[in-house]
Design a protein around this ligand. Sequence first.
Ligand code: KG4
Ligand code: ZN
Length: 372
Amino acid sequence: MPRLNHSPRPGASLTVLGIETSCDETAAAMVRISQGAPTEVLSSVVLSQIDEHAPFGGVVPEIAARAHVQTIGSVVTKALRDAEVGAVELDGVAATAGPGLVGGVMVGLSFAKGLCLALDLPLVAVNHLEGHAVSARLSEDAPYPFLLLLVSGGHCQLLEVAGIGAYRRLGSTIDDAAGEAFDKIGGALGLAYPAGPALERLAAGGNPARFPLPRALLGRAGCDFSFSGLKTAAARIAESLASDAERRDLAAAAQSAIARQLADRTARAVDIYLLSHTPEQRRLVVAGGVAANGVVRAALQDLATSRGFTFLAPPLAYCTDNGAMIALAGAERLAVGLIDDLDVVARPRWPLDAEAARLAPTHLPGRKGAKA
Ligand code: KG4
Ligand code: ZN
């Protein structure tokens, strides 16, 4: 459990190193926050392990953990050097403590603990999802509260974000995450992992109406998502395709079906959000790797415009996993005095809204488990 530091530093400028190792990117960044001034990303280093995992068609946990061990030292050193900030100017070290592949999480978290011990700095154990939640604030004026759609390879959920550490989950996936659907359908179309960006390129110019795909949950009450039916249907069609034109059309159909579902569920969350927020608080933020997709962004932008919401999306570099979002979450926690003990553990599962997890058993293993 995070504990309240005795010296919260609201108002002061805070410089924090952030470390991210929960999946297949070894990342570190330096971020500075100062009251009344825009957030400064002083450096951001992201080293992808994609080439090592590509032959296996997905991320292999053991390979990921070993690769993090090999590269964490040089990635953190480069982040410190690029920022031209000495260790003495650091106010804290933040590291992803979960959810994710626990071997990798342990590498980054242990490295951060070592730095904190050596430099006598506070440690902030950051929930990876909280990193995505604040990612738009790295580059945009995105004051709290806002409605958040978090769509990545491992997660798909809608949250009301009242402030750092204050989340209410409105909906989540009942099976696959949206990024997983992109990756699996792309894989069936012969694209290398992670297939989301390549599927977007393949879909350009394709006809999304050629192949009808299941319209899961469309128009249904609630804000939950489901992508497994769509994924299976698209993969089955992919097996029978002969031409590149057909592959383009199927990619376009899948992409538009995913975007349509994301916008439909978000529209329902907008209704719920409006019940307890003022017109001035109409802000919709999208975050996570799938937020890099142009068709998804356009669908959400249209929804936001039609409901009078400001639409905010991080630049592409901050949509996918990075250290800057972890550093910012850490800095915001530090600013309100939230730090962690050095014996904090790495957590493979860690829902963002602890209260909802306690009240509803949807975070148990299995259906609505890890990906929720
Ligand atoms: O946030 P992220 O880097 O890692 C997780 O925390 O999961 O998200 C990675 C996911 C992958 O599934 C990848 O295929 C997807 O984001 N993605 C995209 C695009 N760029 C990344 N999906 C669709 N279109 C894109 N342009
Ligand atoms: Zn992520």
